[in-house]
Design a protein around this ligand. Structure first.
Ligand SMILES: [Zn+2]
Ligand SMILES: [Zn+2]
Length: 95
């Protein structure tokens, strides 16, 4: 029970009940990034799953230029349209 409560708090910490998914257009429009594109990738690991980026991983860059695994950030943005690192907000269904 304690764990479930913590997860809910975590998901909704940005403004009470305000976890709003990003629009599918905003998600699909994220730039693809490549690990060898050092000008683009400042992080060494994905802040969603906390695993290091590895050659061949599909990555996507947010407008704030934070990068994540494509599958991780897509899953994240379908729950909450904010960057996990800096809270940059993507267009959401309710905005
Ligand atoms: Zn990841
Ligand atoms: Zn960010």
């Amino acid at each position: 029970m304690g764990v479930a409560r913590l997860d809910a708090d975590d998901a909704y910490r940005d403004g009470g009940f305000g976890a709003v998914p990003a629009t599918s257009e905003a998600i699909a429009g994220l730039r693809e990034a490549r690990l060898d594109d050092e000008a683009m990738i400042r992080e060494e690991e994905c802040a969603v799953c906390m695993e290091d980026f590895e050659a061949g991983d599909k990555l996507r860059a947010m407008p704030c230029s934070h990068c994540f695994h494509e599958r991780c950030i897509f899953d994240w943005l379908r729950v909450s349209g904010i960057c996990p690192l800096c809270r940059h907000r993507l267009p959401t269904e309710q905005s």
